[in-house]
Design a protein around this ligand. Structure first.
Ligand SMILES: Nc1ncnc2c1ncn2[C@@H]1O[C@H](COP(=O)(O)OP(=O)(O)OP(=O)(O)O)[C@@H](O)[C@H]1O
Ligand SMILES: [Mg+2]
Length: 247
């Protein structure tokens, strides 16, 4: 069986800045792969290339064996690829439930319509299921802007799962989230990975979170993968420590 995601020799430059400099890796079904690395090491740029938000300068991306390089984000959505954002992208004026429905509408034409049939049918019910799954029932009718930051991050994660995705890219899901909410988020992500058989790639600066959530970790520095392995081996890798501390 083909890996869910294959990234082959991706390069991305912005003018003279080389943000991603020949990155290759693949992710198998059900894996939770972490990507760590110092600020500016190219993590978000790599995600944006995979998601069709940016076109790589060169290289190839495949999802379930199908070449997706050059596809638009909506085409990738239709293949079951979803994301969360480094900076929150919830609609502050909409309720929690309406945010989820809006996210579901964005995925329409992909998994949901196959699962639930005609427009709107199923979106409210799917939103209710996500609300329950991410334990947001007590704030379901609140405007998202009134939620705590941690709750908004949970909502942002829940929105990524509205389409019943096959592959989810999470960009700093734990950023700014307090310890109690962190434990919740990790536990819910683990559960949804298991129950939905979704595959995750997670960018994160919070080492404890990465090390306890991920099955495998890649380390980026200056646009290249400098180390890859299970969490314990990455923790003890001198190259990784050096990349963070600088020359
Ligand atoms: N749209 C852009 N135009 C020009 N340069 C960019 C653009 N996006 C990113 N860069 C540059 O590319 C490099 C990689 O940035 P990127 O945002 O991918 O890093 P990152 O690893 O996600 O960092 P952080 O951990 O701070 O989120 C940086 O030097 C950044 O300034
Ligand atoms: Mg980033």
């Amino acid at each position: 069986m083909a890996p869910v995601l294959e990234v082959k020799d991706i390069h991305k430059s912005f003018g003279g800045i080389v943000a991603v400099d020949g990155v290759s890796f693949s992710v198998d079904e059900g894996e939770i792969v972490g990507i760590i690395g110092p600020n500016g090491s190219g993590k978000s740029t790599l995600f944006n290339c995979v998601l069709g938000q940016l076109q790589p300068t060169s290289g190839e991306i495949r999802v379930d064996g199908k070449v997706t390089t050059g596809m638009r984000p909506c085409d990738l959505n239709a293949l079951g690829v979803s994301r969360t954002f480094q900076l929150l992208q919830v609609f502050p004026e909409l309720t929690v439930k309406d945010n989820l429905i809006a996210a579901g509408q964005e995925h329409r034409g992909s998994m949901l319509s196959r699962l639930f049939g005609p427009p709107d049918a199923g979106l409210g019910a799917a939103a209710d299921r996500m609300i329950e799954f991410f334990r947001l029932s007590h704030v379901a009718g609140e405007r998202a802007g009134r939620l705590s930051y941690g709750q908004q991050k949970l909502l942002d994660a829940a929105m990524a799962f509205m389409g019943g995705p096959r592959l989810v890219l999470l960009d700093e899901p734990a950023g700014g989230v307090n310890l109690t909410m962190l434990a919740d988020l990790r536990e819910r992500l683990r559960a949804i990975n298991r129950e939905m058989r979704a595959t995750f790639v997670v960018i994160e600066h919070n080492m404890d979170f990465v090390m306890s959530l991920c099955t495998r970790v890649l380390v980026l520095a200056e646009g290249r993968i400098i180390a890859e392995g299970d969490p314990a081996s990455i923790r003890n890798n001198p190259k990784v420590v050096e990349a963070y501390l600088g020359p």
